[in-house]
Design a protein around this ligand. Sequence first.
Ligand code: CA
Length: 392
Amino acid sequence: MKLVAALFLLFFLNVSIHAEELSFAEWVEQLRVEARSLGISESTLAALDSLEAPLERVLELDSSQPEYVQTFTRYLGLRVTDRQVSRGQALLDEHAELLEQVRQRYGVQPQYLAAFWAIESNFGSTTGGFSVLQALATLAFDPRRAEFFRREMLIALQIIDDGHISADGMSGSWAGAMGQLQFMPSVFALHGVDGDGDGKIDIWNSLPDIFYSAANFLSKSGWKGDERWGREVVLPSNFDFALAGTNTRKPLQAWSELGIRQVSGAPIPIADMQASIVIPVGAEGPAFLVYDNFRVTRVYNPPIFYALTVGHLADRFTGGAAIQHMPENEQAMSIADIQELQERLNSLGFDSGDPDGRVGSKTRNAIRAYQQQKQLPMDGYASFALLEGLRN
Ligand code: CA
């Protein structure tokens, strides 16, 4: 409770201290004073003594801009391999008893926990390797998102002070995501669970703590243990692509009446559930009917590719088929291509916002308006074909 109280206190405190005016050493001293005022002990605060100057590698990773837009084919291909599937199946078998206990308590099916575990840390084998305190101090000292990371830093100190992990043992990603399921300190504070009952929440080393914590997070976020995440489907040839996207939700019955079928051609199973259609590669790629658990997966990590991959990998662990309608040759567009596409849309009066090379909802809406005018399928998808059309 101490941790949660501190979290809410911090939420209401205005911690906008201008780090750019201070040296790193001065900034650390100021942080020490604030942490002390929150009740963190001197022995924990001693961990601040060994903080070094901001880590260049963290700042590099934080500001690195990709040259190309990630394709679904590549994203999925890196994370769903035959080897990963058989490894996950073996681990599901090995930890069946523990995972069943977790399922009974939180209602999260084992194959989904295994899928998060696979994608977040390759089943615990790659958890980051940065000192969380050093990474968070670097990002909190940097002015861009100083308040967010300062708050995470103070919570990380509180976690150490509560005796869950030592400062040296608190390793994580360059952005401060910790342990085998990559929780930020604030997520640990709200959702961490001592699954093995030893009095500590150890999401670095204890599998019961790791699975209980993740399942608790998912359960609190609305996970439904008697539902799937979604499934691949086939759209009818006359499908109105303006209905694709997570903003449109309809009952399964309504989708069925619009002609959505399972990949096998069979009708979709009907239950009293709302669903959306997701098309990660536009009209030419696979289509998925996604349910509430897909939305919960995005609470854990928002990208659509991530949520599709978690769901699909969970299916594969339980014997499900590969995705049937992957595109033949999905080409990566460069950031410069996307910027050109946005500039061309803007100049034709379709407002895609500032040409930033990122496809957000404004760009998708602009593409759809253009597609409507050209009587093209309104999938809102940025593709080379679309760019070619705009150039002519
Ligand atoms: Ca424990």
